[in-house]
Design a protein around this ligand. Structure first.
Ligand SMILES: Nc1ncnc2c1ncn2[C@@H]1O[C@H](COP(=O)(O)OP(=O)(O)OP(=O)(O)O)[C@@H](O)[C@H]1O
Length: 229
């Protein structure tokens, strides 16, 4: 599903590569934690998957496509297959829960009838049934992140990328967020989550890929977080 073949990324303003000869295969349906200290290249990895950045060397394949050969006009189509969740939720503050999730479908031209059917299903999947008409400011951080996950998943993407999704959430609430991501993964969606959250990684026992200064230093099935950073 995601295939990095000897990928190096050097930002023009930096000497040291952000990613250095990285080769990784993530299969359909896998759940992968990307760990490593700040600046080790986790976000760069995610940006390359989205074709927000291009590799300086090597090849990136996503969902069977060689991104170097994907013309710019096809990039939005690629991104529709990839849901994204961030540390800071990024909800639209003037739209309620239903509208925030529906918006993701409206912008890709889905019919209203379809939207009215699938949005409540996904709102329920993330555990927010009964809260569809709340505004973001009326929700806790954990609930806001559930909305963000619903929005990322409502189009049933093949891949879900999560960059520190529990970074702004207390440990007890984070467990609930991970249950939602696990539920999504069980539908067959490939999940890649960059995180510093050792407790979460240790509790889930999923594949762990560790980066250090842009190099993969560990790739372990059913791994733990590793050393304290
Ligand atoms: N747009 C950019 N331009 C120049 N350098 C960048 C850019 N983005 C990241 N870098 C550099 O690339 C390296 C890897 O950064 P990256 O953001 O991928 O790390 P990270 O592991 O996601 O860090 P964090 O955990 O703090 O989010 C760092 O040295 C960073 O300063």
């Amino acid at each position: 599903m995601i295939h990095f073949d000897n990928v190096t990324k050097v930002y023009t303003t930096q000497k040291r590569p952000a990613l250095d000869s990285v080769s990784i295969d993530v299969d359909k349906g896998e759940f992968v934690f990307l760990v490593g200290p700040s600046g080790s290249g986790k976000s760069t990895f995610l940006r390359l998957v989205l074709k927000e950045e291009k590799p300086s060397k090597g090849r990136v394949h996503v969902a069977g496509k060689d991104l170097a050969r994907l013309s710019n006009w096809k990039v939005p189509h690629l991104r529709r297959r990839i849901g994204c969740v961030f540390q800071d939720f990024r909800l639209l503050p003037n739209k309620n829960v239903f509208e925030n999730v529906a918006f993701a479908l409206e912008v890709i031209g889905k019919p209203r009838r379809f939207i009215r059917k699938v949005v409540p299903e996904v709102v329920e999947l993330v555990g927010l049934e009964g809260k569809a008409d709340r505004m973001p400011e009326e929700l806790s951080g954990g609930e806001q992140q559930r909305v963000a996950i619903a929005r990322a998943f409502v189009n049933r993407p093949q891949i879900l990328l999560a960059d520190e999704p529990t970074g702004n959430i207390d440990p007890a609430t984070s467990i609930g967020i991970m249950k939602v991501l696990d539920r999504i993964n069980r539908t067959g969606t490939t999940v890649v989550m960059a995180t510093h959250d050792a407790a979460i990684v240790d509790s889930m026992r999923k594949r762990v890929i560790e980066l250090e200064e842009g190099v993969v230093v560990r790739d372990q099935t059913r791994g733990v977080y590793g050393q304290a950073y």
